[in-house]
Design a protein around this ligand. Sequence first.
Ligand code: SF4
Ligand code: SF4
Length: 143
Amino acid sequence: MKVGTQFSEALEAAGGFADGAEPEKILCGGPMMGFAMSSLEAAICKNNNALTVLREDPVSIAMEQQTACLRCGRCNQVCPLGLTPQMMAAAAERKDYERFEKKLYGMECVACGTCTFICPAKRPLMQLFKQAKAEVMARKRRG
Ligand code: SF4
Ligand code: SF4
């Protein structure tokens, strides 16, 4: 596919949606690091490497099934950057963005999704961190 081709054209060339069923979520990128797309009419850029079509939205399912943190520490063990997702999530949920950024280095999170994948309590950690990072950046812009 050429840069500038619409995602919808790429999907059509790949055979379209299986069984013609509308998916619940479409990700620009892979299942771990891709971001949700609201439309397939966007053009493909040179850094786009995949289009993932999901029949079910795993984030919505996780939001329904999540429980309180079990304090098992598994997320802390698997973070490739040595961050502490358990504490970052607690800070983000309390909206303690100062702690999230300055004490826990939450802005270093590369949204790899490993902590979310391993969490037995099905807590959507990576999504929480993306929101917290966006909030920190928005506050910086506001001054
Ligand atoms: S999503 Fe962020 S906090 Fe979680 S494992 Fe990846 S880098 Fe670490
Ligand atoms: S893996 Fe999930 S349940 Fe375990 S400490 Fe981390 S957030 Fe809590």
